[in-house]
Design a binder for this molecule. Structure first.
Ligand code: EPU
Length: 443
């Protein structure tokens, strides 16, 4: 059965929404939990397919896990690790699971992890992860699509990343925790999720400093220094940015709860230039509203603290009806404009050349049947459908389920006219569609 979303647009969103735990933080905390012997409990875990995949990767290592969905907790008891392989079937479904490599090789002295391969939004290489592990002293062989890493002992060193890769920074941080001596990661990624991982590791007994800056120093500790912990994941800044976009784009007014505004400084500054009002009500509560046609703005995606690539597609949807021309430049991924043809089907006027998109604001979008190609492109289609006149249908919801917990309920609570339904008449071509989508489902 093919699940679709039906959205009837052009009504302003009003109300409250509470932000869930950050997908891109919790997945890494789960990998980090295998470093300590004993039961680590992670709180504020969103219910997402990506979390389920990470659990399966960890269970595949012989580690005991308990996922209490009602309590939003995951317990990981890595007292014993009986298997050192992360299989292609899982890693290819979710690239973030490659992060297990650094944790496994430092804890077990050996790891066999499938190479994730490309994905819908770009090539997404892992060469910095591999080179960094080699400079820590791991012997790496790539055979049959798997990375075999071996290291009787990892030794701290200076590692310079050519670009501040989030995943490479995290993988190398994890590997360096039990290395001998100090590791310095230069040109490190500075995302809030990196800071969350460092806080988690330090609570566990590791010695990590500088997270959130471009130089992270990890002083290696021993296995006996690490102990299991209870830890609460930070809120998801991209989810918060998504609901803010929806409220502003529909000229509504809403309260965003459980948000850390300092994680969204650059994004919020662009929203304000577009004409939005953003008010800090409490340290973790924002009020957002907009009562005008949006102003055009230019956007260049950058590593944190710049404009987040994960909010680029959403901003593009907002700007399709702005009062003028906006230029959007995607500088992190080669192919992150997959939403463009779908937005055009809804009446958007977008001219794309390589990694630049020129968005000429039109008076209105009109509802259409569209298809999500990846997680954030899917979210941008929801925003566009909420803005559009008439009814839209969005398919390939599995992409959106990877990163947005209970999204149709949250949008409905804001007054959106949105339902998920099973389209039985599409059953005949669903198998073909699913095969194609699974190939792309590797963000
Ligand atoms: N890169 C390389 N070699 C490497 C590593 C990265 O060339 O060894 C390139 C990539 O190809 C890409 C760029 O560097 O063009 C940035 O990649 P990065 O490693 O920073 O990204 P990531 O760790 O794979 C995480 C998020 C992404 C988010 C990016 C950038 C997770 C699970 N994923 O990916 O989130 O876009 O950082 O902020 O943390 C999403 O949630 O929708 C999503 C795609």
């Amino acid at each position: 059965m093919v699940e679709k979303l039906k959205i009837v647009g052009s009504n302003a969103l009003h109300g409250e929404v509470s932000i869930s735990g950050a997908k891109n933080a919790v997945l890494k905390l789960m990998a980090a939990a295998i470093l300590a012997k004993g039961e680590t409990v992670i709180h504020n875990v969103p219910e997402l397919t990506d979390v389920n995949i990470m659990l399966r990767v960890i269970e595949g290592l012989g580690v005991k896990t308990v996922h209490n969905k009602a309590a939003k907790t995951v317990s990981i008891d890595a007292t014993d690790i009986t298997n050192i392989t992360a299989k292609y079937e899982l890693v290819s479904k979710m690239r973030a699971s490659f992060i297990i490599l650094g944790a496994l090789v430092t804890r077990c002295k050996e790891a066999v992890v499938a190479l994730p391969g490309g994905c819908a939004i770009g090539e997404r290489r892992v060469d910095f992860h591999i080179k960094g592990l080699e400079s820590l002293g791991a012997e790496i062989k790539i055979e049959n699509g798997y990375v075999h890493a071996k290291a009787e002992k990892l030794v701290g060193t200076d590692i310079y990343l050519d670009i501040p890769s989030v995943g490479a920074t995290e993988n190398l941080m994890l590997a360096a925790i039990l290395a001998e001596g100090a590791t310095r990661i230069q040109n490190a990624a500075q995302e809030p999720e990196i800071v969350d991982l460092a806080n988690f590791l330090n609570a566990m007994g590791a010695d990590v400093s500088g997270a959130g800056t471009s130089e992270i120093v990890i002083n290696g500790v021993t296995q006996d220094d690490l102990h299991p912990i209870e830890y609460t994941t930070i809120p998801d800044r991209i989810e918060a940015g998504t609901y803010m976009a929806a409220i502003i784009a529909t000229r509504g007014k809403g309260i965003i709860k459980n948000v850390l505004p300092s994680h969204l400084t650059f994004y919020n500054s662009k929203l304000i230039k577009m004409g939005a009002n953003i008010k800090l009500i409490e340290p973790t509560i924002l009020e957002v509203s907009c009562n005008q046609r949006l102003n055009p703005v230019n956007i260049v995606t950058q590593p944190y603290p710049g404009f987040p690539t994960d909010l680029q597609a959403l901003a593009m949807a907002m700007l399709t009806t702005a009062d003028g021309v906006s230029i959007i430049t995607e500088s992190l991924y080669e192919n992150r404009f997959m939403q463009v043809p779908e937005l055009r089907r809804m009446g958007a006027d977008i001219h794309q050349e390589r990694n630049h998109a020129l968005v000429r604001g039109v008076d209105k979008l009109t509802g259409a049947n569209v298809k999500a190609s990846d997680l954030r492109a899917g979210a941008s289609l929801i925003i566009a459908a909420l803005m559009a006149e008439g009814e839209s249908e969005i398919e390939a919801l599995h992409h959106i389920d990877r990163g947005y917990e209970l999204f149709e309920t949250k949008f409905a609570n804001l007054g959106a006219n949105i339902v998920r339904y099973n389209d039985e008449k599409d059953i005949s071509d669903s198998s073909v569609t699913n095969v194609k989508e699974n190939i792309n489902a590797s963000i």
